[in-house]
Design a protein around this ligand. Structure first.
Ligand code: NAP
Length: 468
């Protein structure tokens, strides 16, 4: 006789792949259920949890990181286990999960970035903003990247909030950043930066920017940089003016930009230039690396849906720069044995239930949350209702799913042991967290991060919390 899933005797066994905000909101929602008893195992390829809260949110935006307290409460639930430093597709595969769990949630985010597809994009000195972000946030995979800040200008392509983050980090003085949890290797490089002019390029107009008002407002408060906006570039065509009139957020952005255009320069060390209706068409090379960006000026043209596209005018200009950061959006990457929609870069799904990319048939017992579900949009909090939707779908499916053949939680420990895999438990993470916080306290900073996996494992080695 098979026991009913979701009871105390036979809890619903759920695996979550990815320990970022979307994974944690899904875990939190599952563990809060009163009618169903759930046990959650969360896997992450890094030894540390919290995903983009740790490696994406800007170091000078510490308040946003306090959301981790919510995740700490979730992880304190005795029915929750963390398996850090376990790579899905490598250490543990799809078939393992199907054997040991009744339901699987993919919470893997969007781990790659979109490209500009212009000549010179792969030159030295040209990076995705996400690489720069991961580097200054101490992500172990990016700790060895080298950024050349020896010339006078940097160009950032795109006007979303990630572009705002990287522009601000380049504009701030090392002293302003030193009091944050920015990686030490980044502080060393930024302290010697010669960058004086930071150009942020919008291919469309000021009414179509993706950044939010608090982010653009911060530029007016920078101690070390003036903001430069040309009045002429703020002019709106009638369709853009109509778009602006319909959105208070756009109007607030425009007010901030108008305010900057009216300012006179105060002679600060750096300048952040916001440019509109310009597209990079080529990165120009000198001595094997980027030396300038060739731009084409654009005009806006509505397509049949009313969407305003940027059309080149044939009018070009060149900005010398040794660093180019493209900040044009993240993109998902496919997971082994999991459906993937190449066009949108997401795991195809209906309200979080994974479906086959071609047939549209549901994949029984497999679900998705966060950026992997809806694409790289929204703020951290967006993931809470998003995860709740997926959890509602999962619970509705429980009566119809076949129970996992080997649901015993200890079977997972056995499997990892057999494969001689070291993994970091939630207690292990708490030890790392404590060490980072103590190191931070000694320096008057929120924390000093480990930036190498070996160092994390070494710090845990004497502890029982590195299992394997
Ligand atoms: P995003 O908001 O989607 O912005 C992408 C930008 O790239 C847009 O300005 C887009 O312009 C531009 N772009 C795309 N393709 C381009 C091309 N080929 N050439 C030139 N420009 C191009 O993405 P994001 O900045 O990566 O942010 C991702 C999500 O994280 C967003 O939801 C964001 O709000 C969130 N986030 C929030 C915070 C915060 O709350 N502080 C911080 C960081 C990130 P078009 O509009 O013309 O396509």
């Amino acid at each position: 006789m098979t026991m009913q899933l979701g009871t105390v005797e036979r809890p619903l066994r759920v695996a979550i792949i990815g320990a970022g905000p979307s994974g944690f909101y899904a875990a939190g929602s599952l563990l809060q259920q009163k009618e169903v008893n759930v046990s959650v195992d969360m896997f992450d390829r890094l030894p540390t949890p919290y995903g983009l809260v740790r490696y994406g949110v800007a170091p000078d935006h510490q308040k946003i990181k306090s959301v981790a307290k919510v995740y700490e409460r979730t992880s304190a639930d005795p029915r929750f286990r963390f398996f850090g430093h376990i790579d899905f597709g490598e250490d543990i595969i799809h078939a393992d999960l199907r054997r040991h769990y009744d339901q699987i949630i993919y919470a893997v985010g969007a781990q790659s970035d979109r490209k500009l597809n212009i000549p010179g994009e792969d030159l030295a000195g040209s990076f995705s903003a996400t690489e720069f972000v991961a580097w200054y946030n101490g992500h172990p995979d990016f700790a060895d990247l080298e950024f050349d800040l020896s010339c006078k200008a940097a160009v950032i392509v795109g006007v979303g909030n990630v572009a705002m983050d990287v522009a601000r980090i380049l504009a701030k003085s090392a002293d302003e950043l030193r009091s944050t949890d920015i990686a030490d290797h980044a502080i060393e490089v930024l302290a010697h930066s010669n960058i004086e002019d930071i150009y942020v390029l919008a291919r469309r107009g000021p009414a179509q920017v993706k950044f939010t008002p608090p982010e653009i407002k911060e530029f007016g408060e920078l101690a070390n940089a003036d903001v430069v906006v040309a009045q002429a570039e703020l002019a709106l065509d009638p369709l853009s003016a109509a778009e602006a009139a319909a959105s208070t957020e756009t109007q607030r952005n425009l007010e901030h930009l108008q305010g900057y255009a009216a300012r006179t320069l105060t002679g600060k060390e750096r300048r952040v230039h916001f440019r509109f209706r310009v597209s990079p068409v080529e990165l120009i090379e000198e001595d094997g690396k980027v030396s300038a960006v060739r731009l084409e000026k654009n005009q806006l043209r509505a397509d049949e849906t009313g969407y305003l596209n940027a059309d080149g005018t044939g009018d070009f200009e060149t900005i010398p720069a040794c660093l180019v950061l493209r900040s044009v959006g993240y993109k998902g990457i496919p997971l082994e044995d999991v459906p993937y929609d190449k066009r949108s870069g997401i795991i195809p799904n209906d309200q979080g239930r994974v479906k086959h990319a071609e047939s549209g048939e549901p994949v029984i017992g497999e679900y998705v949350v966060g950026w992997a579900k809806r694409g790289p949009s929204g703020v951290i909090g967006t993931n809470k209702p998003d995860a709740a939707e997926t959890v509602a779908t999962m619970l509705g499916d429980v009566p119809d799913i076949p129970p996992a053949p080997q649901p015993d939680p200890t079977a997972i420990d056995g499997l990892l042991e057999e494969r001689q895999l070291n993994f970091v438990t939630i207690e292990g993470w708490r030890i790392l967290d404590k060490i980072e916080l103590a190191q931070g306290e000694a320096q008057g900073r929120p924390r000093v991060k480990f930036t190498r996996i070996e160092d994390m494992l070494e710090a845990l080695h004497a502890e029982i919390h590195l299992k394997g």
